[in-house]
Write a protein that binds this ligand. Sequence first.
Ligand SMILES: Nc1nc2c(c(=O)[nH]1)N[C@H]1C(S)=C(S)[C@@H](COP(=O)(O)OP(=O)(O)OC[C@H]3O[C@@H](n4cnc5c(N)ncnc54)[C@H](O)[C@@H]3O)O[C@H]1N2
Ligand code: MOO
Length: 398
Amino acid sequence: MISVSEAKAILQKQQIHRKVITLPISESCGYFLAEAITSRLDVPSFDNSAMDGYAFCWDDDFLKNKEEGISLQVVGEVAAGSFRDQVLEKGQAVRIFTGAPIPLGADTVIMQEKVQRQGDQIFIQKDHLEKGSHVRYRGSQCKEGAVIANPGKKITPGMVSLLASVGVGEVKAWKYPSVSLLLTGNEIKNVGEQLQVGQIYNANGPALEAWLSSLGIGKITTRKVSDDKEKVIESIAKALEESDIVLVTGGISVGEYDFVQVAMQENGVEPLFYKLKQRPGKPLFVGRKGAKMVFALPGNPASVLSCFMQYVKPFLLSWKGDDSSWERFELLPLMEGFEKKIPLTQFLKAEKLGSQIRVLQGQESFNLISFGTASGFVEIPEEVEKLDAGSLVKFYPW
Ligand SMILES: Nc1nc2c(c(=O)[nH]1)N[C@H]1C(S)=C(S)[C@@H](COP(=O)(O)OP(=O)(O)OC[C@H]3O[C@@H](n4cnc5c(N)ncnc54)[C@H](O)[C@@H]3O)O[C@H]1N2
Ligand code: MOO
């Protein structure tokens, strides 16, 4: 058996065979850039007004005059989306609106609130006059050809806005992996089906599908397979053909009907590790075949969820291009002391209350009742036997 940290180190070392996908920017949020993006133009591409008001040409004499202020003649108007091709002369002003091009000859804008208008004349008090005010200059955001986002960066709504502003409509990003789910067990029935004695509802399938889709993984193929050696071998073979990542639940322990491990061998899956010093999820198996990765999650639902959280989720996120995926925990104080009775790392269902962590009742790996309140799992390291209230622990939120 290897430790939790050894298992994570093995996974972090795996080479990932990502593919590139070209996406319209409106569908790219959450993906990670596979290319550097350069601006297609100077932005803004023309000098324009930052305010609704009046544009005029600055004159140093404005401030030398003894009068209270200056008067200008309004000779026209320019709205956003239009332009004025006549040159503005000294003593003239143009009504202008936010985003509209600064007319030729003008270099300064005054907000309309700071102006008194009478007919075609405006009066501006001296203390409101400032050379070059309220002009957004061409290229002041970025110049044509400038790198505006680097490869590896996550595409956010903010980045989409930037991409559109510089004329970029499509991006190359890392493609999300496709995932096959294989749910083993004769006893598993889907919600809605009639349960006979000995049968249970399939909790792992819906939980993993929900989690995968919340991570943006849209391509999921789910199969149920009975505890039949040939069928397990065959369905793992199919899953390996169709998806980048195969998740199996159940059948990985040592019972007479646990055929997953032998099916891995039969399919030529090379084991990376099997069995960890942890609870839940001790009999976790991880292997790879070429570019494909296989995670066989021990069937108890809390084991499935805790193994997904600790190993599958960070691996999937790093496949997507997220290089911080293995550090998704918060260090928070325990509300109450905890005694660990086993020499294994424990992942406990826990609730975050304010900035503290409460370990919940019902930690058995078949028992799901605390998932009604749990906001994540807390890690109690292998070597720790006792933690006092207030001790800092790693908390992994959903
Ligand atoms: N002799 C030993 N027995 C067991 C050991 C061991 O070391 N020696 N390990 C135990 C541990 S720890 C775990 S965890 C389980 C893992 O077993 P499997 O991966 O083989 O899983 P199954 O036996 O198929 O199922 C376990 C449990 O989970 C329920 N299950 C399975 N699939 C679903 C599903 N889709 N939805 C809800 N519940 C599911 C299944 O009915 C079983 O109750 O092995 C221990 N045994
Ligand atoms: O390790 Mo098993 O996952 O305790 O139930």
